[in-house]
Design a protein around this ligand. Sequence first.
Ligand SMILES: NC(=O)c1ccc[n+]([C@@H]2O[C@H](COP(=O)([O-])OP(=O)(O)OC[C@H]3O[C@@H](n4cnc5c(N)ncnc54)[C@H](OP(=O)(O)O)[C@@H]3O)[C@@H](O)[C@H]2O)c1
Length: 206
Amino acid sequence: MREGKVVLDITMSLDGFIAGPNDGPENPLGDGGERLHEWVYDLAAFRQPHGLAGGETNNDSEILDEAFNRSGAIICGKRMFDAADGWGDDPPFHKPVFVLTHEDREELVKKGGTTFTFVTDGIESALEQARSVAGSKDVAIAGGANTVQQFIKAGLLDEMQIHVAPMMLGGGVRLFDRLTSQQIDLKKTGVIDSPQVTHLRFRFGN
Ligand SMILES: NC(=O)c1ccc[n+]([C@@H]2O[C@H](COP(=O)([O-])OP(=O)(O)OC[C@H]3O[C@@H](n4cnc5c(N)ncnc54)[C@H](OP(=O)(O)O)[C@@H]3O)[C@@H](O)[C@H]2O)c1
């Protein structure tokens, strides 16, 4: 049986931010951060999980579709959950989501297969729980930056795909912050260009 990987798939500005300044539940991607995802809004692969018909099918759509379909479970941080909480009763995940938090909460069961399980005992526990439901599929680390950095520091990420949006935010939530002087080896496994975004693929390790 295929062994699932631990993968990161995230959109970042050219100057390294995944949200602009002043992000929070009322301003989910921070000031100007909505522009990060301009490359996805019209894609069929974005519209379909959001319950919307139609949309473009092109290289970007295929890449988004593949990233969505290969994961059987998602891990995210509480700040990303708070930002996504506004997505209502039928969130676009359609699979189990494990939320890292210090807050003890009951599991939330939403429509369309999305469940939110709150994990208070750290990233290894979240990963074990996510793996147990993902089967042979991957576990996707959805963000935010704090969560991603913990997985990188612990050496638990296998692969990452960074969608680099051709814009600068100048401030906000920096993806690769606080990694200190730890050396992290990466192998570049692909670069796919498209008019609105550049997709960079890496494998962790030598
Ligand atoms: N551009 C993109 O594609 C993208 C993707 C995802 C997210 N984002 C953005 O990123 C921002 C959020 O990122 P962030 O780095 O600020 O936060 P985050 O990683 O989403 O969440 C951090 C919070 O999660 C909880 N947490 C994390 N690790 C934990 C652990 N080991 N044990 C217990 N609790 C833990 C803590 O919250 P508590 O102590 O409060 O429980 C912590 O403050 C949002 O603006 C979001 O919209 C952007």
